[in-house]
Design a protein around this ligand. Structure first.
Ligand SMILES: [Zn+2]
Length: 258
């Protein structure tokens, strides 16, 4: 973390020395950091943790579902954490299987467990902003409220990660609005949907979750799991079973398009 902060400061000092603004220097760093080819989590080049300072990246505001791996790609997305019990188990499983995923984090959870946020980033996964407090009525609330929920969460997640930013925004319960999509995109976060809902939060049993993925993966590549918000042993068991199956079917694991 100290190293990341040091680099951010270094870029600002360098900018000052060259007589350009820190914002312009940060923008050039962000351009270099933008990862459109997929596969690698950008690390090492880090911006200010303060979201208000962030440069605007050109990110589409429509809700993404596609995979950067194309037609046989699968995007594993893991929501509502990090959680001290379940996130480490999910991380171990993903590492064992060589799978990269996208973690949609709740701001207060990220703030409470910064080491887990850093562990997610260190393993090459991507971060997704899932608001401060997971209010599934976001789409009925004022723009000021939506803005606070998204931008405060981003500050919390970015601080917890040591400066690595969310590349996506997923509204709790899918409660997107045109305003929240635009706001997220203007802060470099692609709105992120899903195609396959394992409904793990209803505890249907790992077998049912696996069957859901097998039945519905042809609908689209983005699969929704949860590593927090309740007991998640079924989620871990379902991932253990379904990841090898997907590989056997010829799918590869990638990230949602940005
Ligand atoms: Zn959620």
């Amino acid at each position: 973390m100290a190293k990341h902060k040091g680099r951010a400061w270094h870029s600002r000092l360098l900018a000052a020395a060259l007589g350009v603004t820190a914002v312009a220097a940060a923008a050039s760093v962000w351009t270099a950091q933008a990862d459109t080819t997929g596969g690698q989590q950008p690390q090492g080049r880090v911006l200010s943790p303060d979201a208000r300072d962030r440069p605007v990246a050109k990110v589409a505001a429509d809700i993404a579902h596609a995979s950067d791996r194309g037609a046989r790609g699968v995007n594993i997305t893991i929501d509502d954490g990090p959680d001290p019990v379940w996130t480490p188990q999910v991380l171990r499983l993903l590492k064992d299987r060589g799978v990269k995923a996208t973690f949609c984090m709740v701001g207060t959870q990220a703030q409470a467990y910064p080491d887990l946020v850093k562990a997610v980033v260190a393993d090459g996964h991507r971060l997704c902003n899932h608001t401060v407090s997971h209010d599934t009525t976001m789409d009925t609330r004022s723009e000021a409220y939506q803005s606070q929920q998204i931008l405060d969460a981003e500050r919390m997640i970015t601080k917890a990660s040591g400066g690595v930013r969310s590349q996506y925004y997923r509204a709790p319960g899918g409660a997107f609005t045109p305003y929240s999509r635009q706001l997220a995109a203007s802060h470099g976060m692609r709105p992120l949907g899903w195609n396959v809902d394992t409904k793990d939060f209803e505890h249907p049993g790992a077998d049912v979750m696996v069957a859901t993925v097998k039945r519905e993966i042809s609908n689209g590549p983005t699969v929704l799991f949860h590593d927090a918000g309740g007991e998640r042993s079924e989620t871990v068991a379902a991932l253990r079973e379904v990841l090898p199956w997907l590989k056997e079917q010829g799918y590869s694991f990638g990230f949602p398009v940005r």
